[in-house]
Design a protein around this ligand. Structure first.
Ligand SMILES: [Fe+2]
Length: 322
């Protein structure tokens, strides 16, 4: 079990970075993409002073071993614990390749990571945030895998973005029971591929008569693009929601247990909405740096503030790309 200490009287701040995803060549000295990512993260750490850095997947491109090592070495320079989950790209060369990266990552003392049960994927683990020995919140770090088979209503088979599997949801349920037994009443989920309910949340919150691609981040905060009851939403949706196309049942378990109040995903690089829907805040993290594809207007990180009763606020910290 991983436990990190929250200082009484002050928030425990989590800085999430998503999809840094540079290739080996982009980590070469002087490469502009490396510089943009390093500037982005350096600016965020100096501005936020986080207690923990999380990375919500696509740390590099599968097989780009030098890139994984370069990212780990770079994150170590801040002297702050950091915790990754695996994205679809990280998983693309299979569990053995991930194991090889993980075994090197575990030589980095600031990398907090647990393998978790082998049948659930390449890293499912819980980070407890404790104040005076009491867990005030817990982070579920979940592996959302790579691809999964799907058959549509017409019987056509395809390979789609993956989903949490039933065994993970059963494990999640067990972990919640253990947390509650220890007096913990709040948790957040951090994963790469959004769960299906992101689609429900956006459909409920966003006005149908507006094209989401036309809304800028500065206009999505408190503007008229949200339906009544969802005015606290912010952020944009500039590409489709890349979840599994059918309901995997995750949200019904989350809702039933009533413990997790925040879910954070990466994966869709130019989506960064934050919507509170049926008691849970659905967060798309702001993407860090230019790796893979990006929009420089959506560069930065996402901050979760944990108080004595759990996570109480979410904000994006935009960084002007240099
Ligand atoms: Fe990605």
């Amino acid at each position: 079990m991983i436990a990190l200490k929250k200082t009484p009287g002050r928030d425990f701040l989590i800085l999430n970075l998503s999809d840094p995803q540079l290739g080996d060549g982009e980590w070469e000295a002087g490469h502009p993409n490396r510089k943009i990512l390093e500037d982005c993260v350096g600016t965020l750490v100096a501005r936020v002073h986080p207690d923990l850095i999380t990375v919500s997947g696509d740390l590099a491109w599968a097989g780009n071993d030098r890139a994984y090592d370069a990212l780990a070495d770079f994150l170590d320079t801040f002297g702050i614990p950091w915790a990754p989950v695996w994205g679809n790209h990280d998983n693309q060369e299979g569990p053995e390749k991930v194991e090889a990266v993980v075994s090197r990552y575990l030589t980095h003392p600031l990398c907090v990571y647990e393998r978790g049960p082998a049948d659930l994927g390449n890293g499912n683990y819980v980070i407890r945030i404790e104040e005076d020995g009491r867990p005030v919140s817990a982070l579920f770090m979940l592996d959302s895998h790579d691809r999964a088979p799907y058959v549509n209503e017409a019987g056509v088979e395809s390979n789609e973005w993956a989903k949490l599997i039933p065994e993970q949801l059963a494990w999640y349920r067990e972990q919640i029971a253990a947390l509650e037994a220890d007096g913990c009443r709040d948790s957040a989920i951090i994963l790469h591929i959004p769960i299906y309910a992101y689609r429900e949340a956006f459909a409920a919150a966003f006005r149908q008569d507006i094209d989401p691609k036309t809304v800028l981040p500065e206009d999505a905060d408190g503007s008229a693009c949200w339906n009544p009851g969802y005015e606290s939403s912010f952020g944009v949706l500039w590409e489709g929601i890349g979840s599994y196309p059918a309901d995997e049942g995750a949200f019904s378990v989350i809702r039933e247990l009533g413990h997790t109040k925040h879910i954070l995903a990466g994966h869709d690089h130019v989506d960064n909405f934050v919507i509170s829907y049926e008691g849970v805040t659905f967060i798309y993290s702001l993407k860090a740096g230019p790796g893979c594809y990006w929009d420089p207007r959506l560069n930065g990180g996402t901050v979760l503030a944990v108080g004595e009763n759990g996570v109480h606020s979410v904000r994006h910290e935009y960084v002007k790309a240099k």
